[in-house]
Design a binder for this molecule. Structure first.
Ligand SMILES: Nc1nc2c(c(=O)[nH]1)N[C@H]1C(S)=C(S)[C@@H](COP(=O)(O)O)O[C@H]1N2
Ligand SMILES: [Mo]
Length: 234
């Protein structure tokens, strides 16, 4: 088991630490929940679609335990979250590359999620050792609140790149046809926290002020929906 600990950095610009780690996201996804627990699809442009079994193929990769901070674009930060999972890079090299035709030039990755959420990242940004496909938090299988069965953990990038409930990963030659789940202006192609790349057009300092007042009601909405969902499935 590899251990990564990334800590004791000052908070990035515009972020405020909070004590709890809320279930969060785009409001329209608050009442949509995952049902699939065993498979994800890997879809390669010009290479076709494969299924990856989580319990056999993915869990055979080298496991990483990582403690890292989680930064939502709306300005809340939860420090020292304890994840465990598999480096995205390892997943790519062990389970994906062999299916990519040699003449293809893959450079963009889109994550599609069981709740309908969708977000894209450059392949290059996914190659760092702290970018994980995580299946555990605090040593337990991921909860529905935090992304079961599998989510991306990308600490250098805002929370909205950290796709939960992944059910398909698309490997594309360019981002031309990519549509994020939210408004395109809200989705910076890289969304690096250190550089305050909160969105595409408006500056970070402005988006801070627009987003911050939405935190409380969004947390409440996501929490209500989860309580309702859990009372229904019990
Ligand atoms: N499937 C899915 N993934 C998602 C979202 C979502 O609504 N659906 N929201 C994103 C946003 S904006 C944030 S801040 C984080 C929140 O993760 P958490 O619920 O574990 O706190 O998930 C990200 N990934
Ligand atoms: Mo977020």
């Amino acid at each position: 088991m590899i251990k990564n600990t990334i800590r004791d950095k000052p908070l990035p610009p515009g972020q405020v630490e909070i004590a709890t780690f809320p279930r969060f996201g785009l409001s329209k996804f608050s009442d949509r929940f995952p049902t699939e627990t065993e498979k994800i699809a890997v879809d390669i442009e010009v290479g076709g679609e494969k299924v990856v079994q989580l319990s056999t193929e993915l869990r055979r990769l080298e496991q990483v335990q990582q403690v890292s901070d989680f930064h939502c674009v709306t300005t809340w930060t939860k420090r020292n979250v304890n994840w465990s999972g598999y480096p995205f890079r390892e997943f790519y090299e062990e389970l994906v590359i062999k299916h990519i035709p040699t003449n293809a030039n893959i450079n963009f990755v889109v994550f599609r999620c069981q709740d309908g959420y969708r977000v894209g990242m450059y392949l290059e940004d996914l190659m760092r050792s702290d970018i994980l496909l995580a299946d555990k938090m605090d040593g337990q299988p991921l909860s529905i609140a935090h992304g079961a069965p599998l989510r991306l953990v990308a600490p250098p990038h805002y929370g909205y790149k950290n796709a939960k409930h992944i059910n398909k990963i698309e490997f594309l030659q360019n981002a031309e046809n990519y549509q994020p789940a939210g408004l395109k202006v809200m989705d910076h192609p890289r969304a690096r926290v250190e550089l305050e790349e909160r969105g595409r057009i408006f500056p970070g300092w402005l988006l801070r002020r627009l987003y911050r007042p939405l935190i409380k009601s969004t947390v409440a909405k996501f929490n209500r929906a989860l309580v309702k969902h859990e009372s229904g499935i019990r």
